[in-house]
Design a protein around this ligand. Structure first.
Ligand code: FES
Length: 567
């Protein structure tokens, strides 16, 4: 008896009419209505995830990229079929794009598995899109290539270079402090993002592009190509051809994103001084494959991984500088002694073959291993009575003199309370206090926003204060900076100790000890705990699903039902 050959192309996943042959007949006849010949319909299919949207400036080039991907697929002998999925743009979404990352992941996974395709190209770029697509690819586990839209270019304006979005924050902080005029802030608004592409610094989108490259899902050298370069289109064409190659030589995402590849990606995140959000996303992606990221292990890696990349928000350069300086090849070369070199990427090559020889590097932006920007990694995790399951601090973007702080807490109960009181001249606050924001985690209607970068109270900002210790259960933009403790877990709305903190309590932060403690006696806390009640759940819909299913930051804020079934 001969084995039935595996179904391919349009013959995959036929609709359930009770007669598979009829289902395929129907599918083909309907496909023919789009003008395809029989010869085209017999080819292997590459699905192309289209996240173009009029709401998503970071994805403005997606139509051009898809055309180039299609060219690559056709030239390699496949049938390219693009399809739309949820598109997430940071500033376009209420309450926050993070609230919808899992929706995009569900949508993408469902379409990758429901529609007939032999391989896929995932076209995304803005902060949450790439993580959502990698989560989906991990769960669908069909051969897939990630294509990112690429970063924007910086613009020269009156003697300085500007790009979203560290410069946005710097100028806005100046405006709040009264050192930037209304007229100037208006001028700057039009110069911060002048080309297509994702934010031009090592924010979340750029970090995720590099992380995806380190994981092996983006071909080496493709993650940092600027959005408007012709090379970006050539990378898209190559991604299309590669997807066809993967059909004959399949490597599944689960064979690429192994525990070793995840550890390589963590090393890269640390060496980049990359976005703290990437840690949540990488945790969620790895979690889809049953790989746990241990925050204690993160500290071990952080202490042995130098920051080598000198880009905003922690340094000087922009993403175009990183790319021109040698990009990920140069960075991985410097880190090679620390990496698992047997990992294979989406091309099938092992990292050791990829790194067979050094290539050009510009030391202004990518430092030598033994001459780092900082001898230790950009992010550390903290544990203690205020964060039993952990919290994180981006030490590369923080003020070292604030690393060992014991101080009085000034507490805000949520975003509304923060907005109402932070600039109140009567607010009882000094530069030595710790600002605490609670009830802004993933379980709340706030949707774990990037509000961890609490503004310096305006009366202190006007007095010249640029940084204070700030902490919360929410996130911070990858483009932000300051001594900011994030992702306190469990969050306040989950009943974590953060929910019990009151103004006047004392808190101790020790980066040296990796600790974060609430210095309040147990009897007092027990009283407060007895009076605490969880927030009411939204009545219906996506918000309700989130409230019932979302996991905490140490599990990547994924939905419990989307994790592997064995858990
Ligand atoms: Fe899309 Fe920054 S807003 S990458």
């Amino acid at each position: 008896m001969t084995d039935t050959p595996p179904k391919r192309g349009l013959a995959r996943n036929t609709a359930n009419y009770g007669d598979p042959d009829f289902a395929l007949y129907l599918r083909r006849s309907f496909a023919k209505s789009m003008g395809y010949s029989q010869a085209m319909l017999d080819k292997p299919v590459v699905g192309i995830v289209d996240t173009g949207s009029d709401y998503n400036n970071c994805h403005r080039t997606v139509p051009d990229l898809i055309e180039a991907v299609k060219r690559g697929v056709l030239a390699a002998g496949g049938l390219p079929l693009a399809f739309p999925t949820v598109s997430l743009c940071e500033p376009s979404l209420f309450p926050t794009s993070m609230h919808y990352r899992n929706l995009a992941a569900i949508d993408t996974e469902a379409m990758l598995t429901a529609q007939p395709m032999d391989a896929a190209v995932l076209v995304g770029g803005c902060d949450k899109t790439v993580p959502a697509q990698l989560m989906a690819a991990a769960s669908a586990d069909i051969p897939a290539v990630q294509l990112v839209t690429g970063p924007m270019l910086a613009t020269s304006f009156q003697g300085e270079r500007l790009a979203a979005c560290t410069d946005c924050r710097r100028y806005w902080a100046g405006y709040r402090a009264g050192t930037v005029t209304q007229e100037r802030i208006g001028q700057i608004e039009g110069r911060l993002a002048t080309t297509a592409g994702t934010c031009g610094v090592m924010g979340t989108a750029s970090t995720m592009a590099c992380v995806a490259e380190a994981l092996g899902m983006v071909p080496l050298g493709h993650g940092s190509i600027p959005a408007v370069h012709a090379d970006r289109l050539r990378a898209a064409e190559e991604a299309g051809a590669l997807a066809v190659h993967l059909i004959e030589h399949p490597i599944r995402p689960s064979e690429i994103m192994t525990p070793e590849a995840v550890e390589n990606a963590l090393r890269v995140l640390l060496a980049l001084g990359g976005s703290t959000n990437a840690l949540i996303h990488l945790t969620a992606i790895a979690g889809r494959l049953g790989i746990k990221i241990d925050l204690h292990r993160l500290n071990v890696l952080s202490d042995s991984t130098p920051v080598l990349v000198d880009l905003q928000p922690t340094g000087e350069g922009y993403m175009e500088d990183f790319h021109a300086a040698g990009g990920m090849h140069a960075l991985l070369w410097e880190l090679r002694e620390l990496l698992h070199l047997d990992c294979r990427d989406v091309t099938g090559m092992q990292l050791k073959d990829r790194l067979a020889k050094p290539e050009f590097v510009d030391r202004r932006y990518i430092r030598a291993f033994n001459e780092p920007v900082s001898p230790v990694g950009g992010i550390v995790s903290l544990f203690g009575s205020l964060a039993p399951r952990g919290a994180i601090l981006k030490r590369s973007a923080a003020t070292p003199s604030l690393f060992e702080t014991e101080a009085r807490a000034v507490v805000f109960d949520g975003l509304e309370d923060l907005a109402n009181r932070i600039d109140d001249p009567a607010l009882d606050v000094t530069k030595d206090d710790i600002l605490v924001l609670k009830n802004a985690g993933s379980l709340t209607p706030a949707g774990m926003p990037e509000a961890g970068y609490l503004p310096i109270p305006s009366k202190l900002a006007r007095a010249g204060i640029k940084d204070m210790v700030r902490m919360s259960d929410c996130r911070m933009s990858g483009t932000a900076f300051g001594t900011i403790v994030l992702h306190i877990t469990p969050e306040a709305a989950a009943g974590g100790p953060l929910g019990l903190v009151e103004s006047g309590d004392r808190i101790r932060l020790s980066v040296k000890q990796r600790s974060l403690d609430l210095l309040v006696d147990e009897a007092t806390l027990a009283k407060r705990r007895a009076a605490w009640a969880p927030p009411p759940k939204p009545g219906r819909g996506w918000d309700r699903l989130i409230a019932e299913q979302v996991l905490q930051a140490d599990e990547g804020c994924d939905l419990a039902i989307m994790r592997p079934a064995a858990e």
